[in-house]
Design a protein around this ligand. Sequence first.
Ligand code: PBG
Length: 325
Amino acid sequence: MDLQFNRHRRLRNSAGMRSLVRETHLRTEDFIYPIFVVEGEKIKKEVPSMPDVYHISLDYLNEEIDELVGLGIQSVIVFGVPAEKDEVGSQAYHDLGIVQKAISQIKESFPELVVAADTCLCQYTSHGHCGIVENGKILNDPTLNLLAKTAISQARAGADIIAPSNMMDGFVAAIRHGLDEAGFEDVPIMSYAVKYASAFYGPFRDAAHSTPQFGDRKEYQMDPANRMEALREAESDVIEGADFLIVKPALSYLDIIRDVKNNFNLPVVAYNVSGEYSMIKAAAQNGWIDEKTIVIEMLTSMKRAGVDLIITYFAKDVSRWLKQE
Ligand code: PBG
């Protein structure tokens, strides 16, 4: 027989050979770890739908960060779960709000750690929406000023990165303008540029107590069916002054990650969201999947799709695994 074909298996013959031709690598420096801070004392309470993810009070926060730093993790994103909420989310932009206090505490004890602040209102509003509500409508323009105020108070507390997740039109422009006016022209914006209205955020809303009390977020977050719209959203944020672009969720949106990577020259970030985390944890706890192999495969696929950084609840696990190798 005189068959002509290529022998692809030559490059898969041994672990050494496979390692030599591996195209994508995970590094601990790729990860940003989300932290949920709560008011009160001596609280380290597991989020029921997110095994190994905790609500942490400020007195326990340094312990948590010590662990992260010990693992080589270089960056965190901080979410506040305030004790009190109101119509306009005042705790989001209070200088002594829970997030502001957490950020200044972290920066004081761990000045090298890169601290990002999630800039949104939904955890802080009584109705759970990301903006000001009037007659059942989520108002765009009146919300912008509150977002800028929130970003400025977070920067004042010491945040190294402002990460607005709110999906009002013009939010990057408003925040950039606000930061610049307040003297924070050197603080970058990591914009949740492409954020879909996704059921994958379910467990986070348990964690952050931010489920909308009426309706849903489809008037401001994107339709999962749309791809062109992702490019329009990203383009606006680039023009308005974003320094990083987040695509969220990650796993069902790898095509969008690749599109964003190919069309813009800013660092691209995937948010490997709560539902993606909890699905894997639940299946692993049932013994249905091999957690370590699946997590590494999943995060590697995000990097292969084009991301530079990954916000992930798996950051601690993966950093531990990478250390063992
Ligand atoms: C706030 C915000 C959400 C997430 C991050 N920031 C929730 C939402 O939009 O409902 C979700 C993160 C996750 O699911 O892990 N707007």
